[in-house]
Design a protein around this ligand. Structure first.
Ligand SMILES: [Zn+2]
Length: 223
């Protein structure tokens, strides 16, 4: 997933390909250098306001984002296209780039391994009070006896243990901020799934370009 995806418009369609700078095309018939539309085969002439736009990659380095909910997969980011509870592993980043996550061996504080994950920012940048207390409360919270390795299999309340740890912490922070708790369905439906839908669309486009050299969208899918 290391190539840049670009999008441009031609013959009424959104056309996606890898950026010419770093692309090695699996399909030799098409590249932007030769400048033919892969759909109508006309020569592409990019004028003013026609420049291809870069699609932002949804995978970012979780160690560089403070106070965030991180979604990763032990199998790599290409497994994040579909939402399967069993395939994902989630964690919470500290302001120092440590990722706290609940595993079979208890709470881990990873300083690497989350370089390509999906990231939900949890604390607004202007809430300095929340940011300042975050690391201390996260450290205290993760030392609670609830999160010892022996209890890993008991913590099935939220369907998966790592998710339960992260959401319980988020609800703990919300209660300190005078906010109501979120159920797993509320948190997933309102905050996680909209992001994962964007990820899924990006992955479909990426895989299609990998296979065919380009991807054509008949109608706008907001990416
Ligand atoms: Zn065309």
């Amino acid at each position: 997933m290391d190539k840049t995806v670009i999008k441009y418009r031609h013959c009424g369609r959104d056309i996606y390909s890898f950026s010419r700078q770093n692309a090695t095309y699996s399909c030799k018939n098409y590249d932007l250098e030769r400048s033919h539309c892969p759909f109508c085969h006309q020569i592409l002439t990019f004028g003013l306001l026609d420049a291809p736009v870069t699609l932002p990659c949804p995978f970012i380095n979780g160690h560089k984002v403070a106070c965030a909910f991180l979604i990763g997969s032990v199998h790599g980011p290409s497994y994040l296209g579909e939402w399967h509870d069993t395939e994902i592993h989630v964690g919470l980043s500290s302001s120092e780039g440590l990722v706290y996550n609940y595993t079979l061996s208890g709470i881990r504080k990873d300083d690497h391994g989350w370089e390509q994950c999906v990231c939900l920012q949890l604390v607004p940048p202007w809430r300095h009070d929340l940011r300042e207390s975050w690391d201390r409360v996260l450290e205290e919270f993760s030392a609670l006896p609830e999160w010892v390795s022996e209890r890993f299999h008991e913590e099935r309340e939220f369907g998966s243990c790592c998710y339960g740890f992260a959401l319980t912490f988020i609800n703990h922070m919300r209660s300190l901020d005078g906010k109501m708790s979120l159920s797993r369905d509320e948190f997933t439906g309102q905050h996680v799934l909209p992001t994962m839908k964007t990820v899924s669309i990006y992955m479909k486009i990426y895989h299609a370009i990998s296979q065919h050299g380009f991807h054509v969208a008949e109608k706008c899918n907001n990416m």
